[in-house]
Design a protein around this ligand. Sequence first.
Ligand SMILES: [Zn+2]
Length: 453
Amino acid sequence: MKLLVILIFSGLITCCGGNSSHSLPSKLLLVSFDGFRADYLQNYEFPHLQNFIKEGVLVEHVKNVFITKTFPNHYSIVTGLYEESHGIVANSMYDVITKKHFSDFDDKDPFWWNEAVPIWVTNQLQENRSSAAAMWPGTDVPIHNTTPSYFMNYSSSVSFEERLNNITMWLMNSNPPVTFATLYWEEPDASGHKYGPEDKENMYRVLKEVDDLIGELVHKLKVLGLWENLNVIITSDHGMTQCSKDKLINLDLCIDRSSYTLVDLTPVAAVLPKINTTEVYNKLKVCNPHMNVYLKEDIPARFHYQHNDRIQPIILVADEGWTIVLNKSLPKLGDHGYDNSLSSMHPFLAAHGPAFHKGYKHSTINSVDIYPMMCHILGLKPHPNNGTFGHTKCLLVDQWCINLPEAIGIVIGALLVLTTLTCLIIIMQNRLSVPRPFSRLQLQEDDDDPLIE
Ligand SMILES: [Zn+2]
């Protein structure tokens, strides 16, 4: 009995002590290839990425957050929050109260980022842990006075190899150890804008290069002995859709520029009226049938894009593939930012490592679900967020999950088997109890059973 208690107790310690101070904490590398549309995986060849998936998990579609732009979506992945809650509501922003501006080139003021706490900050508040980053948006900003212990200032001219070298060096040689690291790469977004996702020839070339980088990443992790114990997530911020010179919405045809300030332009325009808001709204409302015009208070709830001072009084949302311009020709052949219910706006997620199943495919999660999953892997207490941990349980080896369609199938199957068995039993019983003349005679002949007597 004593031995049994000891065995159960030691088993409990082994099973639940994953994040105890005695065992090494899990390590996680989060990688983003900007603008990697989910269905590129079906339409192009990715030998290296497919090998990665074969040994790990794949989520075919990640429903990202509105607006489907780079800065907002990268911040949602690492905070688990919708844009209205984390405050990075666009790539171009204006704050009416402080009169501050934010753009791709002017993003270093912590003011913009401090409405949320990204996972690399939370990770560093744990004893004996540090974080590292190679250019993930926001990682070169002192958010809540904290940058990752190791980071690079953003520069698009730094090669993937250099970013990867830094990350692997930090993962291997740091004290306290780096347990959370991020790596960001600008492609296939840049080429998606330039050529448009329907340019098969150019996209084939660019996506092959992206796949080669994934091959390089895995090779380097293997050579350095990091591969087996490191959890790696490869994902993206958004997809990409084809634009056309025939699908232009020219605001100058509808309203005088002097009556409003344009904070952001396309495909979601942020309009700050200089005159009466209703007047500006009424003019824009009838501007083009391929653009939805919303007063801030009427923005559909499904966008979760309303409750923040940085969201302007009027927003214009272009239909897929349409471009909002100010009397100009088409600026880009591909774009994103559109409605987040469009599958062309969705990225994918693949993951590999000791925390993840091998060879498992899952249809969809939300991008805000990634944060609670990462916190679980790292043993961190998540900040309040919009994600649902349960959505990612099927990806993780230490979780028991119910796949709803499978569960329904099992229940229906079990009911069918039970019904069939019950029917069979009833039929058998009926057959046995039917009063047939010969058997009745037989029974009567044997009616001298001593037990009955
Ligand atoms: Zn982009």
